[in-house]
Ligand binder design. Structure first.
Ligand SMILES: Nc1ncnc2c1ncn2[C@@H]1O[C@H](COP(=O)(O)OP(=O)(O)OP(=O)(O)O)[C@@H](O)[C@H]1O
Ligand SMILES: [Mg+2]
Length: 260
């Protein structure tokens, strides 16, 4: 099972990716969680102690690694020649770290896809690595993405089983969800699903709007003070309070997702 979690900034992607990773692992699956956000913090949501989590260097910031694999150091300017298909087969085993319940975490980081659409050594490394992970790794893979599946090409997207788009009730995040839907559709992703997070009044959750766009809505997660508390203390929700309503909703979402 290869899952990408996408959506507008701040909607709860990392909470969803981290908690689902733990739920899969507790169910007996081998899990690889990939943090592909420019400000990686998936480690904390998986339950890796904050003191260790913030020491991890994202692979894309490791200039020596990028140079070793692509033949060119990041920031070498335009017109340089570099290897666009670097060897990444050993990366997961060498650089992933083990979290609770045996979840493996690989902190990759990301690059800015806006503006001119840079194609640099970092892009070659990131694209090749994500392609390799979704096409070849055997684990259940959960990728916490920056916003949408921009780093995936068509050939890679066919190995993604489900895109989970997290949205809250704001028009802005629904708009991002719609953009991610179209992009995923263009890339021929099989399952395109949505979760509505931070819901204060379930009767107002925009389920119909999302279904009209074409999403399969996996569930809604209530706004939950326990998440805010857990975050303030640097805990993963799943390790913080078993009675959390949001955690209960995430368990139901997990059941629906694992039935796909
Ligand atoms: N259901 C919820 N109830 C209350 N607070 C929540 C809920 N879900 C997420 N949050 C809070 O919202 C903030 C953003 O959550 P999270 O980091 O998971 O989002 P994100 O989409 O990964 O953000 P980013 O785009 O910055 O990576 C966090 O402070 C988190 O505690
Ligand atoms: Mg995040």
């Amino acid at each position: 099972m290869k899952i990408c979690v996408a959506g507008k900034g701040g909607v709860g992607k990392t909470l969803v990716a981290g908690t689902l990773a733990r739920l899969y692992a507790r169910d007996g699956f081998e899990v690889l969680a990939v943090d592909a956000d420019p400000n990686p913090n998936l480690a904390v949501s998986i339950g890796i102690p904050a003191s260790d989590a913030f020491k991890i260097t994202p692979l894309l910031r490791d200039s020596r690694l990028i140079e070793e694999r692509t033949g060119t150091a990041p920031g070498s300017g335009w017109g340089v020649i570099f290897n666009i298909a670097p060897d990444v087969r050993d990366i997961v085993d060498r650089f992933s770290i083990k979290g609770p319940d045996g979840v493996k975490l690989l902190v990759v980081g990301s690059i800015d896809y806006g503006g001119a659409g840079c194609f640099c050594p970092e892009t070659a490394f990131l694209k090749t690595l994500l392609a390799y992970i979704v096409a070849r790794r055997r684990e259940v893979v959960l990728v916490d993405l920056q916003a949408g599946p921009e780093p995936f090409g068509r050939g890679v997207a066919k190995h993604v089983d489900v895109v989970v788009v997290v949205t809250d009730q704001s028009l802005k995040s629904i708009n991002t969800a719609e953009r991610v839907f179209r992009l995923s559709k263009d890339l021929n992703v099989k399952g395109i699903t949505a979760i509505i997070n931070k819901v204060t009044n379930p009767s107002e959750a925009p389920i119909a709007t999302l279904e009209e766009i074409g999403f399969e809505v996996l569930g809604i997660i209530p706004f939950d003070e326990l998440i805010v508390e857990a975050d303030e203390k640097g805990w993963a929700l799943i390790d913080y309070r078993a009675e959390s309503k949001a955690l209960e909703a995430l368990r139901k979402i997990y059941s629906r997702l694992s039935a796909i």
